[in-house]
Design a protein around this ligand. Structure first.
Ligand code: ADE
Length: 234
């Protein structure tokens, strides 16, 4: 079972994302375990300080080594941790293949970045993976940790009702998902494409594939090019 431990200075931010819907059900069914740790609980000074001024001067505060080191040591407690992830805008861009990989792990730790960043020595010696959820700057790494956790937990077998549905997600095959429709078939003249009402399953599959390809070409030419380059290599 995948255990996800999240270290943060704002544990409250992480309460809601895991208390509803699919992730909540996964926790109830014990298909995963998510624990939130307050970094301040690992401080040893009177002020519970987790940050300090940067050497060399400059704006902003830097997350200190000691509390983070203590938290990591206490959480891993000698057992094998697959990945120690640090959420940061200068990390590797988060993608579906990374989510797929993380969903196969046994134990991951996510350290939420804050302030101007963390003392580089923690990044050099204790972090195994640095992840960004996009090219923009959030006020902290908590929302990024929630995004990563959500994307990973829904992939754990048994979490989604229909076992196959994660396989047809956008990105899972490098393409955007095709459009979907439900009743009524005609809403004030807005009609569902005829093919979906035809009962011709292979025609429907083909239509969906074509729609996926058209959508990807139009909206995400970068993804389309990656697919073409990949096919050229095979
Ligand atoms: N912390 C602040 N911005 C972030 C981002 N884009 N991704 C991950 N962590 C962050």
């Amino acid at each position: 079972m995948l255990k996800i431990d999240i270290i943060t200075v704002f544990p409250e931010i992480l309460e809601s994302p895991f208390s509803h819907s699919i992730i909540h059900r996964a926790l109830e069914k014990k298909l995963t375990e998510i624990r939130i740790y307050n970094l301040r609980d690992f401080t040893s000074d009177r002020y519970k300080s987790v940050d300090d001024y940067p050497y060399g001067g400059g704006a902003g505060m830097v997350m200190k080594i000691e509390p983070v080191y203590k938290a990591l040591k206490s959480i891993s407690n000698g057992v094998n941790v697959n990945e120690v992830i640090y959420t940061t805008p200068d990390g590797e861009p988060f993608t579906q293949p990374i989510a797929n990989y993380l969903s196969t792990c046994q134990h991951i730790i996510i350290l939420c970045g804050h302030y101007k960043g963390i003392d580089q020595r923690i990044r050099d010696h204790a972090i195994t993976r640095e992840i960004s959820i996009g090219d923009y700057v959030l006020s902290g790494g908590e929302l990024a940790a929630a995004v990563i956790t959500d994307a990973v937990v829904r992939l754990i077998p048994g979490v989604l009702g229909d076992e196959t549905s994660a396989l047809t997600d956008t990105f899972q095959d490098g393409l955007l998902a095709p459009p979907v429709y439900t009743r009524p078939a005609n809403f004030n003249g807005w009609k569902v494409p005829d093919i979906l009402l035809s009962g011709d399953q292979s025609g429907i599959d083909q239509w969906r594939m074509e729609q996926s390809m058209e959508k990807t070409k139009k909206l995400r030419p970068d993804l389309w090019k990656k697919m073409e380059d990949h096919e050229d290599r095979e």
